[in-house]
Design a protein around this ligand. Structure first.
Ligand code: HEM
Ligand SMILES: *[C@@H]1O[C@H](CO)[C@@H](O)[C@H](O)[C@H]1NC(C)=O
Ligand SMILES: *[C@@H]1O[C@H](CO)[C@@H](O)[C@H](O)[C@H]1NC(C)=O
Ligand SMILES: *[C@@H]1O[C@H](CO)[C@@H](O)[C@H](O)[C@H]1NC(C)=O
Length: 346
């Protein structure tokens, strides 16, 4: 008996390792849930529609998740995990704390999906579908998304702190960051156009209003009239949680954001810098004149960003905020990732 078990262990280990390897190259495809959960995309869309009606900003807030999820160890919904006594999650990371919001919309989507097809649709895929829908529902382009991601088994606050860019960043630093993900200068500018919807806090711009780069002066790139508006919204000793619109049409996904940048009316330093720097300015100008060019480049950028993967083992979480409960012994379920079975975990 004992000898048999000893002999089978290396085999099990091998199967386990092969299985993990198949996660590493987890293949994303359109219509991934067409057999296992044919209503999935419709269900996501439906909840997003309701969220948009309830609170227009919430869909922008959810769309932002794709960026904060995919840049930190791939699109694996690690960002949705709550802290546990043994794990500091990403929700309280520098760029996320008091800033990421509308997690309840994802919870609502997940609940609806669990009712229709329990244990099938990953939270990582929910973020991708919901982000697409946020854009389409606010007047932006629609695109087919590739699906089949798995949810992470952990989150990493430190990685988020180290990776996510500050609103103070200049275009040169942003170009370098995006380059690390094989995202081009064009992708950077187009994806920044996501700030066509949503809001930001005074906290994120106070430095550029009163002390840009430690000069004791405002950012000279801000249009003087717009600066008056921002100074009024965000006085030096005011409440830094007050929010302002990221562009002049914050509930419509359009190219107004780029028009605003051309006229010095970008909200964040990281926005306005795209017009200040020559490498990015040409794309800002192009998109300010041609909305269709912006939409096309944006879709391409979202697809590329959505393909970032960690290569780590994963699962389909039942609740996007917590990893599934583990059994203590080796579990070997059908190792067919294409059918989205659970990953074997020791
Ligand atoms: C290029 C580098 C980027 C920087 C430095 C940046 C930074 C920020 C900051 C500072 C805010 C406001 C947060 C606050 O004040 O609480 C914000 C909001 C937002 N960001 Fe970005 N962002 C970047 C790229 C992106 C990308 C690629 C996306 C999505 C594709 C995105 C989507 C959003 C959305 C939709 C909001 C509004 C969220 C809301 O209203 O709740 N951002 N971003
Ligand atoms: C851009 O920001 C980086 C990092 O903060 C800094 O080292 C660099 O000098 C800045 N570049 C320019 C041209 O201002
Ligand atoms: C970027 O592309 C290179 C070459 O195709 C590849 O080796 C690398 O893994 C990619 N990096 C990311 C973050 O996708
Ligand atoms: C502006 O920032 C610099 C560098 O961070 C700091 O030394 C200086 O005291 C600040 N000035 C004001 C007026 O806050």
């Amino acid at each position: 008996m004992a000898t048999n078990q000893l002999m089978i262990m290396p085999l099990l280990l091998l199967i386990f390792l092969l299985h993990i390897a198949s996660v590493a190259s987890s293949y994303l495809q359109r219509g991934f849930y067409s057999n296992t959960c044919p209503e999935a995309e419709f269900i996501v869309r439906d909840v997003m529609k309701k969220a948009l009606i309830r609170e227009p900003r919430s869909v922008a807030s959810v769309m932002r998740f794709q960026f904060h999820d995919c840049f930190v160890n791939g699109c694996d919904a690690s960002m949705l995990l709550d802290d546990t006594p043994t794990m500091l999650g990403e929700k309280l990371a520098l760029s996320n704390i008091n800033s990421l919001r509308s997690f309840e919309v994802v919870d609502e989507v997940k609940e609806a999906l669990e009712k229709a097809c329990p244990g099938v649709v990953s939270c990582a895929d929910i973020i991708i579908m919901a982000s697409r829908d946020a854009v389409a529902l606010t007047g932006g382009p629609y695109w087919e998304v590739r699906l089949g991601r798995l949810d992470s088994l952990t989150a990493n606050q430190e990685d988020s702190n180290n990776i996510m860019p500050s609103p103070r960043a200049n275009a040169s630093a942003l170009i370098d960051l995006f380059h690390k993900y094989n995202l081009s200068v064009k992708d950077l500018v187009a994806l920044s156009g996501s700030h066509s919807i949503g809001q930001g806090r005074c906290f994120s711009i106070i430095f550029r209003l009163y002390n840009q780069s430690g000069t004791g002066k405002p950012d000279p790139a801000i249009d003087p009239e717009y600066r008056k508006v921002l100074n009024k919204l965000c006085p030096l000793d005011g409440d830094q949680e007050v929010t302002g619109n990221l562009d002049a049409t914050p509930v419509v996904f359009d190219n107004q954001y780029f028009k605003d940048l051309v006229s010095g009316r970008g909200f964040l330093n990281s926005d306005q810098t795209l017009f200040t720097f020559p490498e990015t300015r040409k794309f800002v100008k192009l998109y300010s004149r041609h909305q269709n060019e912006f939409f096309e480049a944006f879709v391409e950028g979202m697809l590329k960003m959505g393909d970032l993967q960690s290569g780590r083992p994963g699962e389909v979480r039942r609740n996007c905020r917590v990893v599934n409960a583990r059994r203590t012994h080796l579990l070997l379920e059908s190792p067919n990732i294409m059918e989205n079975q659970h990953v074997a975990i020791i």
